[in-house]
Design a protein around this ligand. Structure first.
Ligand code: AVJ
Ligand code: FE
Length: 429
């Protein structure tokens, strides 16, 4: 491992910790320990869990060091106790949690300086460090969702995203044929993104932008939530028992809508991608406009395939890392950007905003690719494979650039709405 790589790891560790600190310093002790929703952990749990994962993998495993705390692992094991019961566990209090993550981090910087980083797959290219950076950033997005569910005065502030621009074509044509999906050489790609493999996709059209608030409001006003024909059986069942009438965090006043985000209520912004809809709402909308959701391979082909060369790119815009000109990532703006706001981020096929803004529901279940191998632990991905989860792609305004790639796969239950998820539509050619 070169000095340059060690320095990169150190910077990424500092960047993720700055975000965790900002998200937990923004509220008082009571808000840190209380449960803002049954769907979420107390913020202080996420913080200590971040430190505990870091200690398990980097201090104990990679570093071969003594535990920082050997008595708390079980309370921060996400599989042992579910989110709803975490407030009742004997958790570290905010002061102890801050001390703990700081102590762990101190040892990790020492490990990073001294450990020989070769000869073990876990440390090749700094993978274990990259996995822990991504883990912290993933929990920072989870903590942002907890902030969104919290009630009270606004505590998070961010500048507005760039303005929208006209996107002349509403759909892009993606030619049929094979393309290379997934990756075998992206150093910090997680196990479910591997290996690279050839997939055949029939020709299709995909929307050049995500579905906007204005478009989704039309669906609500046209009675889309009451039209049984638009919903699948599971979707209708859920819409009925959960009494869905509009996206989460929307309020209806006559024929117009407001939405509340991070403690601020305002009229919905027409050309912003809709967010906080579940898979079933996305599916019903797509049916209403005579389209469907893209499959996961379709989404990735629209994002990565260059029809001119037949080559698969790292990102929609090419092989270079995301910058502020390419995508709305990293909690820089606490909302999706209006459609057309990132012309520099467009894919070779002319599709906008695939990375950032809102996670996009696909119609695909979460499965391993052919040749999948769990690494370094089954509980990251493999235990979630099957028909219960739908795949989401692209990341949101709450996702950090280190935790998103055009190959990155997220998953959740089709009824979940607290995540920063929207969608775009597709259709057969
Ligand atoms: C990939 C976002 C579904 O938050 O459940 C965090 C990431 N895994 N800790 C999640 C994760 C373990 C995971 N998602
Ligand atoms: Fe975790």
């Amino acid at each position: 491992m070169t000095e340059e790589l060690r320095e990169h790891v150190a910077e990424e560790l500092l960047r993720s910790r700055a975000r965790s600190t900002a998200l937990t310093d923004a509220v008082d002790e009571h808000d840190l320990v209380r449960q803002h929703s049954k769907l979420m952990s107390p913020l202080v749990w996420d913080l200590a869990h971040i430190g505990n994962q870091e200690e398990l993998w980097l201090v104990r495993d990679v570093g071969g060091r003594e535990p920082v705390r050997s008595d708390i692992d079980e309370y921060y094991d996400a599989f042992k106790y579910g989110r709803s019961v975490r407030p009742e566990l004997p958790l570290l209090n905010p002061k102890e949690a801050r001390q703990y993550v700081g102590d762990v981090r101190g040892k990790v910087f020492d490990v990073l300086e001294k450990v020989p980083l070769q000869g073990r797959r876990l440390v090749e290219n700094g993978f274990a460090f990259g996995m822990i950076v991504q883990h912290e950033q993933q929990h920072d997005e989870t903590m942002l969702a907890t902030h969104q569910l919290r009630t009270g005065e606004p505590v998070l502030h961010a500048p507005a995203p760039p303005r929208g621009k006209l996107v002349p074509a509403t759909e892009a044509f993606i030619p049929g044929g094979p393309f290379e999906m997934g990756t075998s050489d992206e150093p910090w790609a997680l196990d479910n993104e591997r290996p690279a493999h050839t997939v055949h996709v029939d020709a299709f059209f995909i929307d050049t932008t995500p579905v906007t608030n204005a478009e989704f409001a039309e669906f609500v006003l046209a009675g889309g939530y009451d039209d049984r024909r638009l919903w699948t059986e599971a979707g209708w069942e859920h819409r009925t028992t959960a009494k869905l009438v509009a996206p989460r965090f929307w309020q209806r006043e006559g024929n117009s809508f407001t939405r509340t985000a991070f403690g601020v209520t305002e009229p919905i912004v027409p050309d912003e991608p809709v967010v906080h809809v579940c898979f079933h709402e996305a599916q019903a909308y797509a049916t209403w406009v005579g389209k469907r959701l893209p499959t996961e391979p379709e989404w990735e082909k629209a994002a990565r395939f260059d029809p001119e060369t037949g080559r698969t790119r790292r990102y929609p815009w090419g092989d270079g890392e995301p910058t502020e000109l390419h995508a709305n990532l990293g909690q820089r703006h606490l909302r999706p950007a209006p459609v057309g706001a990132y012309p520099a981020g467009v894919s070779a096929s002319g599709v906008h905003q695939l990375i950032g803004d809102v996670w996009e529901w696909t119609s695909s279940d979460f499965h391993g690719y052919p040749g999948f191998e769990a690494f370094p632990y089954r509980e990251y991905s493999e235990v979630f494979f099957g028909p219960d989860y739908k795949v989401l792609r692209g990341g949101s305004f709450g996702t950090d650039k280190s935790a998103i790639r055009a190959t990155f796969r997220n998953w959740d239950y089709p009824i979940r709405r607290q995540i920063f998820a929207g969608f775009r539509c597709a259709r057969d050619a």
